[in-house]
Design a protein around this ligand. Sequence first.
Ligand code: SAM
Length: 324
Amino acid sequence: MLEDRFGRRIDYVRLSVTDRCDLRCSYCIPKGFKDFEEPEHWLTFDEIERVIGAFTRLGTRRVRLTGGEPLLRRDISTLAARLSALPGLDDLSLSTNATQLARHAPALKAAGVSRLNVSLDSLRRDCITEVTGRDSLPQILDGLMAAKQAGLTPIKINMVAMQGVNHDDIEAMVGFCIEHQFILRLIETMPMGDTGRSAQYLDLQPVLARLRDSFGLRPQTATLGGGPASYWSTADGRFTLGVITPISQHFCATCNRVRLSVDGTLYMCLGQEESLALRPLLRAGISDADLEAVIRQAIELKPERHEFLETPGKVVRIMAKTGG
Ligand code: SAM
């Protein structure tokens, strides 16, 4: 088992397979952004399998494919199948913006992807066009329905809540999630990069209080994916809400994850700089035993917590670079 200096068990890797994306969400990749990683710096599928193999031997049970937009990486289902075959890995999930999901959903399911998170900030077409920089709502909804049909469940909807942008759309999203049996997760914006810093932050504590009252939500104790969300459900279990509050109530004490970026950098925290460059070691022929040893050492670097509130200017990396 991997354990850090603060007694936290690290058993979850978020794996960014690309830093590119077909959308330009206002809080994530800046419009006109060109500073993407060169293809020769991308970890190959063999390299990814080696690193994730080392993590599973060290006790990692869960991996999430993310990005950028992971469905833009060619042959993503082949990679998913290779990872889900690794001994010890029992939860392979994927985060996507769903624009390409309609044509990928059956292959992802067949490759062993068990769970899906889909980003969707509104059901209003003009709002989605405004937030993502493209008229993408019809494609996203097609992708969602295809995923549901392919049996990729549970599906969680990730909605980044923003004051003055989509704060009025939350109740409509609740109705949509009840209708389709999706789990809704509301997320506070994080000051990652200039885009994250200029996002219209909305404190989710009053929103949660409002939704608890109007839908009779009760706290859920069962873990739903082992992540940072606190979960709330209706008494009949028809609707579950997750709330992710990195700013108004941070959850660093229970952090169980590290992030591997497309260029092979292992980041210890979304909101800090501690990292280990694995690509040079892999390309210099590091042995499996030494790979495990350097991962153990890197976990020692994991900081106690982010400092988004104290030093919001600190993280210049945008979310798509680290792997959201
Ligand atoms: N493209 C995939 C997707 O849309 O889910 C995976 C990568 S995306 C970077 C992962 C998540 O990060 C999305 O739900 C996105 O909304 C969220 N995100 C990006 N920048 C953020 C920020 N500054 N604050 C909070 N969430 C952010």
